[in-house]
Write a protein that binds this ligand. Structure first.
Ligand code: AMP
Ligand code: TRP
Length: 330
């Protein structure tokens, strides 16, 4: 038995938040030691909402450098840009043909995004989960580390794998989600009932991985709490609960330890320490990012090599799929 395969992706649609970091990237790092990992900058997903070409270009390179700064090692993992491996879009087309409209209509992310937008919606936003299924299934992925918000999309990937296998014979591995409890959903600092998102219009709602010290401190100071005045990990105090989760994830301390430590102390004390914890945790990432990002030729080497490796596996699977559905081999 070989190693199990891990796949995950992140969209280059702006700077990443500590929600992305805690819910996804931080957990990708240790997986590299045990599994065959594929980590992709999914630029084809990003264009499901309008993007300026120059921003997309910059964000894509930023995110590769940032992933490396966070500890993704291109020697251990396959790190690549989705559009460089053309099999993703090709398999997505095939999977579209076995996906039911009703399934896509039920996707909550699509419903949310379409509610928020009053312009004409594009078809790619609707079929986005099918492309995501293609990403995962192309590598015979066993495990997919994601935040809680991607659970429904992963269900679809599982469903499509099973449907294809039963229609044509065993081809795809049915992937399992890898969702961590405490970091699965980091909430907005301004409204702890919605998830922290880089697309939030209020920049105090999120902390970016690359925010400087002053910004981090300011945002934590302004974070919404409540009038209870007690540090407790409770759904009745969603603001404090979220801050405890952030504290725990950055310090490595358990939630119980943190609650115990701040018993009888005020929110001010707690927030001050949290500021330090977050600033110190992000400092080395920011420094390493600057260094990697400034070396263009190294970055190029990494994503070219990554695409080569990924294509090798993806091609084999796509060829098999085409054969099974009746396409003539070239
Ligand atoms: P995206 O920014 O949508 O490309 O998300 C990249 C990864 O970060 C996915 O695995 C998401 O589930 C995860 N993620 C995004 N926002 C959050 C959040 N607020 N809390 C936890 N995980 C998140
Ligand atoms: N849809 C994911 C998100 O918005 C990103 C993504 C694309 C992904 N393809 C993937 C995540 C495959 C895991 C596996 O966060």
């Amino acid at each position: 038995m070989g190693k199990k395969t891990v796949f995950s992706g992140v969209q280059p649609s702006g700077a990443l938040t500590i929600g992305n970091y805690i819910g996804a990237i931080k957990r990708w790092v240790p997986l590299q030691e045990k599994y065959d990992c594929y980590y992709s900058i999914v630029d084809q997903h990003a264009i499901t909402v309008p993007q300026e070409a120059k921003d997309l270009r910059k964000n894509t390179l930023d995110i590769i450098a940032l992933l490396m700064a966070c500890g993704i090692d291109p020697k251990k993992s396959t790190l690549f840009i989705q559009s460089h491996v053309t099999e993703h879009a090709e398999l997505a087309w095939v999977l579209n043909s076995i996906t039911y409209m009703g399934q896509l209509n039920r996707m909550t992310q699509f419903k949310d995004k379409s509610k928020r937008s009053d312009e004409n919606l594009n078809a790619a936003l609707f079929t986005y989960p099918v492309l995501m299924a293609a990403d995962i299934l192309l590598y015979k992925t066993d495990l997919v580390p994601v935040g809680d918000d991607q659970k429904q999309h992963l269900e679809l990937a599982r469903d499509l794998a099973e449907r294809f296998n039963s229609r044509y014979s065993d081809t795809f591995t049915v992937p399992e989600p890898l969702i961590d409890k405490s970091g699965a959903r980091i909430m907005s600092l301004q409204d702890p009932t919605v998830k922290m998102s880089k697309s939030d219009s209020d920049e105090n709602a999120y902390i970016l991985i690359l925010d400087d010290e002053a910004a981090i401190k300011r945002k934590i100071k302004r974070a919404v709490t409540d009038s209870v005045g007690e540090i407790a990990y409770s759904d009745d105090q969603p603001g404090i609960k979220n801050l405890i989760n952030i504290y725990s994830n950055f310090s490595g301390d358990t939630v119980e330890d943190i609650v115990q430590r701040y018993k009888g102390r005020g929110y001010g004390d707690f927030k001050k320490d949290l500021e330090e914890v977050v600033v110190e945790a992000l400092r080395p990432i920011r420094e390493s990012f600057e260094e990697i990002r400034s070396d263009k030729s190294y970055l190029e080497e990494v994503y070219r090599e990554g695409a080569k490796e990924a294509s090798y596996s993806a091609m084999k699977v796509l060829r098999k799929v085409h054969k099974k559905i009746g396409f003539i081999p070239r």
